[in-house]
Design a protein around this ligand. Sequence first.
Ligand code: ADP
Length: 247
Amino acid sequence: MKTMFKKPHPSPAPTEDRTARVRFTGLSAGYPGRPVLRQLDAEIPALAVTALVGANGSGKSTLLGVLAGVIRPTAGEVHHTGDRPPAFVPQRGAVGDALPLTVRQAVEMGRWGDRGPWRRLTRRDHTLVETALERLGIGHLAARQLGELSGGQRQRALIAQGLTQQSDLLLLDEPTTGLDPEAREQIAALLTELVADGVTVVQATHDLEAARSADSCLLLRDGRLAGRGRPEQVITTEALSLLWQPA
Ligand code: ADP
């Protein structure tokens, strides 16, 4: 994998030809004995929300893993611009309900990449944690156990953890799945605000409302790119019936 780090483009206007935060060509990736992504050519526009849309098993999480740098491509190239490693927000289901962690402790873990788990957090780390808690409206829940929270509140805690990593690229795996409509709307509004603050957001989703509120969509079907572009262009009845058909 070839990775290039460049300074982000200074606040380009949100148009179709904006700078790509990540560009990949001929990208294939998967797991031992299980190829998943096949020959993908696409880009993630900077300073926008991109939705990775597809049925379960279509390769959305695998593509997030490649963008996060935790899954190595078996072929092709991934070019990153931006000077911080991406921040990855896992699926809520992947975070054990029984983990004895307070919300604050969970959010503090976002600083481990810079600090290491056994080093004391600095005053600045604590400030970043408080800022993220407030930003997500969960400051009052900081001392509560993560497992006691509602799905929407737990999702906010995970996003706050991502924000403390201070990346310009936030990768989220199914952030709105299983939430009630109000919590889904709040998350969508938050992602739009983050873009205004200079963050590029990628979310894997099979929530069509989330996909429609994105700036850009990549449709995946059985590990292949089945469409790309603005949601109103690509989220069509025809595309959806194809996406959700068994390959
Ligand atoms: P999605 O996020 O769209 O549901 P995934 O990227 O999670 O899809 O999975 C794509 C395919 O890869 C599925 O068939 C899944 O079973 C398989 N897969 C996912 N994770 C692993 C793994 N760790 N080892 C082997 N196969 C996996």
